[in-house]
Write a protein that binds this ligand. Structure first.
Ligand code: CA
Length: 222
């Protein structure tokens, strides 16, 4: 799962980013409203966390423009403004939830999970493909009975394949989803990461999931 964090306070954004990355979410940060709005248009984010007081474009304006552009990525407002009118205004503009600063990371995480769960098309939290079992809530991965330890990026890569199962995905799309939205395609790091993931999930033999599509990219076959 990939989260866009639009927050100008570096201390706050570093705290949230670190915490969410520990939970194996991929987090990208925009430090002003203009950059945030631009990045929010990009389809690879599963959730947006939006501060209200931002340089460039304020959070309310950003949210309004985003919803007017028919972009309905789940969005959590995070703000020092905790007046009830601000909450109502934010929710009326199309925010999905609202959390006031200061907040505990535990509460933020619970709300993030709830929003992602609500928007998820999965009917339950666990997906099983051949002998691989993935818990989409806790991000735990099992091969048979053995738990596989994946990094945040490796997990995101696997999850992206699962969400696009049986569909060939080209390298650029993979890279844009798992890494940066404006990444430079001139490297082979996608292949490097995929080989690393294959090794970790012991993706060989008759249960092999991730197949190379020559000259294009990869496909996860169920
Ligand atoms: Ca701010």
């Amino acid at each position: 799962m990939k989260i866009l964090l639009i927050e100008d306070e570096i201390k706050v954004s570093a705290f949230i980013k670190r915490g969410l990355e520990n939970e194996r979410y991929i987090v990208e940060v925009a430090q002003d409203g203009i950059k945030g709005l631009e990045m929010a248009h990009y389809p690879s984010f599963d959730l947006i966390i939006l501060d209200l007081m931002l340089p460039g474009i304020d959070g309310f304006t950003l949210l309004r423009q985003l919803r007017e552009a028919e972009i309905h990525t789940p969005l959590l407002i995070l703000s020092a403004k905790d007046a009830i009118e601000d909450r109502i205004h934010g929710l009326n503009l199309g925010a999905d939830d609202y959390l006031s600063k200061p907040f505990s990371f535990g509460e933020l995480l619970a709300r993030v999970r709830a929003l992602l769960r609500r928007s998820s098309t999965q009917s339950n939290n666990t997906t099983t493909i051949k002998d691989l079992k993935i818990n989409l809530m806790t991000h735990e991965v099992f091969k048979g009975n053995e738990q596989i330890e994946l990094t945040a990026k490796e997990y995101a890569l696997l999850e992206f394949f699962i969400n696009n199962a049986n569909r060939a995905i080209n390298r650029i799309t993979i890279a844009e989803h798992v890494w940066r939205y404006d990444f430079d395609p001139g490297t082979n790091f996608v292949d490097v990461y995929i080989n690393r993931l294959r090794k970790k999930i012991k993706d060989t033999g008759e249960n092999k999931l991730i197949h190379t599509v020559r000259g294009y990219g990869y496909i996860l076959k169920t």
